[in-house]
Ligand binder design. Structure first.
Ligand code: GUN
Length: 302
């Protein structure tokens, strides 16, 4: 039987609708308007398109949103000063510095300069620590892992006691999603294994997974026969494997493939996310959710 397709596009749109209502109520009843600044250094085309999409969504939800473009050659000192300005701006509840940054800037230094209470990306060490402690301590979950958990929960999969196998150990996806799924509480409480490039028998681990989360960045890494029949498969890979002409615009657009062979895997899995249209749309939505939470916390409403 063919797997249920978990549409990130649909879930993201549902959550955005919920957020829109929440933002309207916050504005009308409390006079609170969530504020988000996205800082883009240089003109990396992928970064430009991500930041544009983030701003568009923030605008649609009724946020106070600022797109702050900085030249490629901005000094680290000036970038840190800019962050400080937004740290001290009460209208701004979320600060996002789009990564990667140019080589002359120390990325870690920049991320660490963001006020942890405005770190809606969830990358600051304080928020990484808060996530690790879990429960009420966790403030801003990083957006992609938060989106993954939301997809699993909303697709009705039982996470308590489930064998969750995470392929990949990045700071942005692998490590945080493993941490999220092992916390005690709703939508988690799983038995978690992280596998990576140093793992001896990747296949054996994947075959045990009730929930398989793949964030390796290697197209087709997970073979269909590695999937346990009926498992929930979350494919975080977005790999550009070529180009094609868009039917809509006639322009050349990238061909994207996941880390899992979707067509074959969907005949074995119980549920699976497509690429594109799976995890991708959730990331921006969770950024918006974090910004609303930050605004509520700043106003003493959460
Ligand atoms: N670059 C690619 N993904 C992300 C993200 O989630 N946050 C930031 N700040 N930069 C990114």
């Amino acid at each position: 039987m063919s797997a249920k397709i978990i549409s990130g596009t649909e879930v993201a749109s549902q959550i955005r609708e919920e957020l829109k209502q929440e933002v309207t109520a916050l504005k009308e009843k409390q006079g609170v308007v969530p504020g988000l600044v996205t800082i883009l250094v240089g003109h990396n085309p992928a970064s430009v398109s991500y930041v544009t999409a983030k701003q568009k969504t923030a605008h649609e939800l009724g946020f106070h949103s600022i797109q702050d473009d900085q030249p490629e050659d901005i000094s680290e000192e000036n970038l840190l000063k800019l962050i400080d300005k937004y740290n001290n701006d009460p209208k701004i509840h979320g600060i996002l510095v789009q990564l990667p940054l140019p080589k002359h800037i120390d990325e870690k230094k920049v991320l660490n300069a963001i006020d942890p209470d405005k770190d809606v990306d969830g990358f600051h060490p304080v928020n990484v620590g808060r996530l690790m402690i879990g429960g009420k301590e966790a403030k801003f979950l990083p957006c992609t892992p938060a989106g993954i958990q939301e997809l699993i929960v909303r697709s009705g999969f039982e996470t308590a006691g489930a064998e969750v196998v995470v392929v990949g150990r990045s700071n942005i996806v692998g490590k945080p999603i493993a941490n999220i799924m092992l916390q005690k509480g709703k939508g988690a409480n799983s038995t978690v294994t992280i596998v990576h490039t140093g793992t001896k028998d990747l296949e054996a681990h994947c075959k045990r997974a009730d929930i398989l989360i793949v964030a390796a960045g290697v197209p087709g890494l997970v073979k269909p026969e590695w999937i346990k029949p009926g498992a929930c498969v979350i494919d975080v890979g977005v790999n550009r494997v070529g180009e094609k002409k868009s039917e809509k615009t006639g322009k050349m657009v990238p061909i994207l493939k996941g880390d899992v062979d979707f067509d074959a895997a969907k005949e074995i899995a119980g549920a699976i996310t497509p690429v594109p249209g799976g995890v991708g749309p959730m990331t921006i939505t969770m950024l918006m959710k974090n910004t609303v939470k930050s605004a509520k916390l700043a106003a003493g409403l959460a």
